[in-house]
Design a binder for this molecule. Structure first.
Ligand SMILES: Nc1ncnc2c1ncn2[C@@H]1O[C@H](COP(=O)(O)OP(=O)(O)OP(=O)(O)O)[C@@H](O)[C@H]1O
Ligand SMILES: [Mg+2]
Length: 300
């Protein structure tokens, strides 16, 4: 008799509550409906659990929002920083040009205007990088010569290469098979890799950039290798995450947006390719972009 009472009144509801908790844990916050006609300890427990669910749900919403805000904050801070440099340079150069205009030879004026154009293009790149991140901008697919894209990339990074003093070697294999893709987007990928290599490599370091077909004839690859500081194994899994950056300025704020690799990976994936990386701390890193060779006629 007592055993029956125990099972009816206590064990059964307890089991029900165990079931409730395993439903709440993964995030099902539907309130518990008390099954008793009269109020007892279990009703109180149900009320307490419902309150807990409600609080948990609110906490979770706040967490998601905070996370989004933090991502947005990182993004905004990064963009502000990235844009700040070229905009300052443009301003400075333009002011100098205005002040000294009459004393300067034509060649130097032209050089300064070129500089302004370069820097403005850099701003444009940063903004388009962001747009790529926010939405997939429409790609214009064409038959492409990878070697040409590599040369173009090197030209775009010429200023930074000069500034860092790093030695850059470019090697493009002859008669590479063509690929299909969006030239602008792919140049952006190669530029991101090159800029990363430049960031990681000391003055006396070396960077190699090459376009080649190695072994597998279905793919051609662009390789950027540096003799920089390398990437510790425990960070390798994170470097393609959006906003992941180790480039922090002295004041603790982020110096990179951490968007470079994630945007690049997205672009390469849309081209049917992959990016692989090998790295050794203290020795350097090798990033390789593998892109599928086009087998359809170029005119299609
Ligand atoms: N060649 C490299 N050598 C060493 N570390 C690298 C290299 N390339 C990338 N990394 C690491 O991966 C991180 C993420 O790179 P990613 O290009 O996504 O962002 P970022 O360079 O920090 O910022 P941004 O590209 O916006 O300037 C870098 O902060 C760096 O720690
Ligand atoms: Mg980068």
């Amino acid at each position: 008799m007592f055993a029956h009472f125990l099972s009816q009144r206590i064990v059964r509801p307890l089991n029900r509550f165990v079931a409730y908790t395993s439903r709440i844990a993964p995030g099902n916050f539907t309130p518990i409906i008390p099954t008793r006609r009269y109020r007892d300890e279990f009703t109180d427990l149900a009320v307490a659990l419902n309150q807990m669910s409600k609080d948990l749900q609110e906490q979770q919403t706040i967490l998601v929002e905070t996370h989004k805000l933090r991502a947005l904050g990182t993004l905004t801070a990064g963009v502000a920083h990235e844009l700040n440099n070229p905009v300052n340079n443009i301003l400075l150069t333009a002011q100098l040009l205005k002040e000294d205009y009459h004393d300067l030879p034509d060649s130097e004026r032209l050089e300064m205007v070129d500089d302004v154009v370069d820097q403005a293009e850099r701003c444009e790149r940063i903004v388009s990088n962001l747009l790529d991140f926010a939405r997939e901008s429409e790609a214009s697919i064409q038959p492409l010569d990878l070697g040409g894209l590599v040369q173009e990339t090197v030209k775009l990074a010429q200023n930074q290469i000069r500034l860092t003093g790093v030695k850059l070697e470019v090697g493009v294999q002859n008669n590479l098979p063509r690929i299909h893709g969006d030239a602008k987007q792919l140049v952006q990928v190669f530029l991101n890799l090159l800029l990363n290599a430049l960031d990681a490599t000391p003055r006396d370091g070396r960077i190699e950039m090459s376009a080649e077909s190695n072994g597998d004839e279905r793919f051609v690859s662009v390789r950027v290798s540096d003799t920089g500081r390398g990437i510790p194994p425990h960070l390798l899994a994170s470097i393609f995450d959006p906003f992941f950056t180790t480039k922090h300025r002295g004041d603790g704020k982020s110096g990179g947006t951490g968007l470079g690799l994630s945007v690049s990976q997205g672009i390469v994936a849309r081209h049917g390719g992959t990016i692989t990386v090998t790295s050794a701390v203290g020795f350097g890193s090798i990033f390789t972009v593998h892109l599928p060779v086009t087998t359809i006629p170029a005119r299609l």
